[in-house]
Design a protein around this ligand. Sequence first.
Ligand code: BG6
Length: 510
Amino acid sequence: MNKTAHQMLVIFGASGDLTARKLIPALFNLYKGKHLPENFVVLGVSRSDLTDKEFRKKVVLESTYLKEKMDGEAEDFIKAFSDKLFYEDLGRDYDISYDRLHKRISDLNSKYRTGNNFIFYLSTPPGIYEVIAKNLFDQGLSDESQGWKRLIVEKPFGYSLETARKLNQGLQQYFNESQIYRIDHYLGKETVQNLLVTRFANSIFEPLWNRNFIRHVEITNAESVGVEKRGGYYDKSGALRDMFQNHLLQIVSLVVMEPPIADGAEEIRNEKVKALKSLRIMNDEKTLFKNTIRAQYVSSVVNGEKVKGYREEDGVDPESTTETYAAIKFFVDNWRWKDVPFYVRTAKKMPTKVTEVVIHFKSPHHHIFQDSSANNKDNKLIIRIQPDEGILMKFGVKVPGQGFKVERANLDFYYSSLVETHVMEAYERLLLDAMQGDATLYARADEVEAAWEFVDPILNYWEDGKDVKVYGYSAGVWGPTNADELIDGLYMWRNPGENLSDDPGFCVIC
Ligand code: BG6
């Protein structure tokens, strides 16, 4: 186990949802697992008028997000954890003098001997990241001459290539790139990291991991939920910005990348950037028309109950054309992947929640035996990112009896079978990494920009393109059925589950 230095975690936006829902539960798990350093405090900062006691009550003692985790734990044990938490009210604005905040940080640092090592976690709207960074800098709080200083920023990191670049330049005026940790919680998922191990710790997959053996790659991210209470944010974002530009392209980069020379942060991130830069950027309208599909869920009936359409959700413009479904076909211009199509989709209001990577291997060059259907002919490697984290290989076996009828069988591994192992939650893992200064699972500036370079033309086309359409799909089905046409040949998307609504199909919304 790596040693974690004494430190203070300063969370900006601490009265917000993310702190209570994800950050504090992740810290509690780290505390339970004895991963926190001996001298450690959390200072919550935001514009709400709270005392230390009220903050502790809100995010620990009375938090519904922690209730289950705290069940069965001794009162003293919980109290010792909540005593590590403090709160500072910033007042009316994030852009005010940080003199008082600085003094509070210094007092806590001296009293609890946190070694002048500070992480500043920005869980605020991105519009104020730069202001906070500047104010910290003005107070000398990015200076590393005594103790290290790190800045963690949440997504969305930019709204377009231009805004992402501006944000990078803005932050880099006050913190060095090596101090900036851009969080993408998908990278904290055990099975996303396992992609690297599957590829580079086995000699049976990597030799096949190329255009000679792989027919196509399919990545699905489906959520059964809709936009819930985030309609206001989501309507200005859409699936491509919300999920594809970050989480899904991170997964793509791990599938596409070349073997790094070692497992260090820079070696891995260099290869990921190279991978993202090799995605073929689609610029002309014809290609964008053929290779991208955007759609929105419309109201439907699931189990006899009416389910709202996207345009009826709170905070959503009733004439919105924002996509809740995005499917993109693209190619990777390098030696390994030439001519191998990648199909990636993400959507809300699907029949189930699932994220998986499916590697479709080419079928045997000469068919001796009769297989049942095109979809059933290939070997598939399915990397299940969530839920049921694991790996599944589909291969042909003989159906017992006369002749040679072939069926697909499964060879599988599920993390849940490792009874003794505690699989860290994404935020738990990522926070611990940042505390230890390991940036491997954080996105670097050039990585984020490379992802935007690919996404920008699609967004522009969807906004201003000529023949561009928004399709409708019923809430509870696997997206608009015409999305199957994106996939070459007789193949279709692999849909792990049944439609929930009786009306699959699609309509044109506009
Ligand atoms: C977030 C998106 O980044 O990821 C949400 O903003 C989405 O819209 C969420 O629901 C999905 O995360 P997970 O870990 O539940 O797949």
